[in-house]
Design a protein around this ligand. Structure first.
Ligand code: BG6
Length: 485
C-alpha cells in the first residue's frame, strides 16, 4: 500500500499555464518571445537583427549579440495568455479539489515578482497573486509544490546581463528565493529549484547569446551554485522547507549486449542526466565530468568557496519527470543523433504516442529503482503523462480512455517500485492536469489534462473547462489511494 500521506496531484508551469503576461506589474520573460509551433514546425524566438528586421530563430540556432529579443505584434505567443490560470485560478483549484488532489505543483514566474529579475524591491501585486493561489489551495487541504524556475528567465537579464553566464545572476536568483521563502513561510514547504536542470540549453532557459560549450558549463556551474545556496537559505529561513531538484529522467537502454552499446549507454546516462543529479545530490562534480572537461579544454571559473557551497547545498529530495525511454545504439543508421557520438534508435518492443514518444510503463519502475539505488533520497514523480489529441464527442464529453490506460499502467509500475522494491516515493503529479500549452511544440493540440480547456493552437476559444472521463477515473484513484485503478 502507498502511505496514507502520499501526495497525489497534478503539475503545471507558469509560462505554459498562467498567462496574464502584461498584467499585475509582471515583466517580460524569455518565454514571452517564443512563438507557437507543431510537431513539424519548430517554435522560434523573435529578434530584431542588425538591420532592424524581425527574424525568427530556433532554440539551437546561433544568436548574435547584435540581435535584440522583440515581440512581433503579428505573431501568436502562447505564454501571453496560456490557458489563463491568472484569471481562472479559483475555478481550476476547485476542480483539483473535486478530484481530491493532495498537492498541486506549479511554478512562479520570476518576472511577476521581480519584473527585471534584479529590481530593488519585489512587485507586491505579483506576491499577492501567488499568496491568493496558495491560500486557495490550502482552503481545500491542497499542499502547494512550487518550482522556483521552470523554463524561463527575466528577459532583461538575458538581454542586458548575459543570463546565467553572469555570476551576478546567482545574487539576483537568491534574492528572488529569499523573497519567496520569507513571504510564503508556513504556506509552502515543498520547493524545487530548477525544472529539468539537465535540459537547460538555449536562450529561453539560460538567456545566453553566442553559446559555446565553455559558456554552457560556466552557466551550469552558476546554476548549481545558485541552487545549492537556495537550499541552504530555504533551510535557514524555515526548517520545515523541503527543497528538491528536478531532473528529466531520460531513461536509456543499450540496443544490444554488445559491450560497445553498453559502454555508450553508460556515457549517455551520465551526460544526459546523472551529471546533474550527481552534483545536486552528492554535492560535488563527478570525476567523469572533470576528466571530460579537461579533455575538451573547458575550464570552469569558480570562486573560492563554491565547492563548499555545493557540498552544503545538497537537495532534500529528487523530483523527476518521466514520460518515455530511448534506445542507445552504436549503429551508423541510428534515427537520431544527440551529439557527442550518442545516438538513439527505435524500440521495437514499445508503442509510440502521436508525438512519437515511446510508451514504457516498466521504464518508470526502472527509473525509480535507478534513482533510489544511486542516491537513497526520497523521490517524487512530478511529471508523467500522455500528450494526445482530445475531441469533444457528440454527447458533450471527452472520452480519453487512451490517457486512462497510459496513467493506469504507469501507476501499476510505480506501485511495484514502492511495494515490491521498497523505493521511498513521496507523491505523483501527472503533467498538465488541466490542459495547457506544450513546452516542446507550443501547441494546445497536445493535451495532457484531466480537464479540457477550450482553446486552440492560435489562442482562440472560450477557455471554458470541461471534465474528461479521466477526471472521474483519477478521482477514484486518489480516493482509493491507488488501489482502485
Ligand atoms: C517537461 C517539461 O519536459 O515535459 C514541461 O518540464 C513539458 O514543461 C513536459 O510541458 C511535456 O513536454 P511537451 O513538449 O509535451 O509539453
Amino acid at each position: 500500500m502507498l502511505s496514507k500521506d502520499f501526495l497525489w496531484g497534478g503539475a503545471t508551469a507558469a509560462n505554459q499555464y498562467e498567462g496574464g503576461y502584461n498584467e499585475g506589474g509582471r515583466g517580460l520573460a524569455t518565454s514571452d518571445t517564443k512563438t507557437n509551433g507543431s510537431l513539424t514546425r519548430k517554435r522560434k524566438h523573435s529578434f530584431s537583427n542588425e538591420n532592424n528586421e524581425i527574424i525568427y530563430l530556433n532554440e539551437k540556432d546561433f544568436i548574435s549579440y547584435q540581435y535584440k529579443a522583440v515581440i512581433d505584434e503579428k505573431m501568436y505567443y502562447p505564454s501571453h495568455k496560456a490557458v489563463d490560470f491568472y484569471h481562472h485560478y479559483k475555478e481550476d483549484i476547485a476542480l483539483m479539489a473535486e478530484m481530491g488532489f493532495k498537492c498541486f505543483r506549479m511554478s512562479i514566474s520570476w518576472t511577476r515578482i521581480f519584473p527585471h529579475g534584479n529590481d530593488e524591491t519585489p512587485n507586491e501585486e505579483g506576491l499577492k497573486f501567488y499568496e491568493d493561489v496558495f491560500d486557495e489551495c490550502l482552503k481545500y487541504g491542497i499542499e502547494p509544490v512550487v518550482t522556483i524556475n521552470h523554463f524561463d528567465m527575466p528577459l532583461y537579464l538575458a538581454e542586458h546581463k548575459d543570463g546565467w553566464l553572469s555570476r551576478d545572476t546567482i545574487t539576483y536568483f537568491i534574492n528572488y528565493c529569499e523573497t519567496l521563502f520569507n513571504r510564503y513561510m508556513g504556506k509552502v514547504k515543498y520547493w524545487m529549484t530548477f525544472n529539468e536542470i539537465n535540459l537547460l540549453r538555449g536562450y529561453t532557459t539560460l538567456g545566453i547569446k553566442e553559446m559555446t560549450p565553455q559558456k554552457y558549463y560556466q552557466a551550469m556551474h552558476h546554476i548549481f551554485v545558485a541552487s545549492a545556496l537556495a537550499v541552504q537559505l530555504g533551510h535557514q529561513i524555515d526548517s520545515n522547507n523541503h527543497i528538491g531538484m528536478m531532473l528529466a529522467h531520460i531513461l536509456t537502454y543499450p540496443e544490444s549486449c554488445n559491450p560497445l552499446d553498453i559502454a555508450l549507454e553508460l556515457k549517455a546516462s551520465r551526460a544526459l542526466k546523472y551529471f546533474f543529479s550527481d552534483v545536486q545530490c552528492r554535492g560535488y562534480y563527478p570525476s567523469y565530468v572533470l576528466q571530460q572537461l579537461k579533455h575538451k579544454n573547458i575550464e570552469i571559473i569558480k570562486e573560492e568557496n563554491d565547492d563548499e557551497i555545493l557540498k552544503n547545498g545538497c537537495v532534500d529530495y529528487i523530483g523527476f519527470s518521466y514520460y518515455n525511454s530511448g534506445v542507445i545504439t552504436t549503429r551508423e543508421d541510428a534515427t537520431q543523433s544527440l551529439g557527442n557520438g550518442i545516438s538513439l534508435t527505435h524500440n521495437p518492443y514499445l508503442q509510440e504516442s502521436e508525438w512519437k514518444w515511446p510508451i514504457d510503463p516498466i521504464g518508470l519502475r526502472i527509473s525509480l529503482n535507478l534513482l533510489w539505488d544511486r542516491y537513497q533520497k526520497p523521490l517524487f514523480i512530478v511529471e508523467n503523462g500522455l500528450g494526445a489529441v482530445d475531441e469533444i464527442s457528440e454527447d458533450g464529453k471527452i472520452h480519453d480512455d487512451y490517457r486512462i490506460s497510459y496513467l493506469k499502467d504507469h501507476i501499476i509500475e510505480m506501485k511495484k517500485a514502492v511495494e515490491e522494491d521498497g523505493v521511498d516515493l513521496i507523491g505523483y503529479t501527472p503533467w498538465g492536469c488541466i490542459d495547457l500549452v506544450s513546452a516542446g511544440t507550443g501547441e494546445m493540440k497536445k493535451r495532457y489534462g484531466f480537464v479540457y480547456v477550450d482553446m486552440d493552437d492560435e489562442g482562440h476559444g472560450s477557455l471554458k473547462r470541461y471534465r474528461k472521463d479521466s477526471f472521474y477515473w483519477y478521482q477514484k484513484v486518489i480516493q482509493s489511494n491507488g488501489e482502485d485503478l
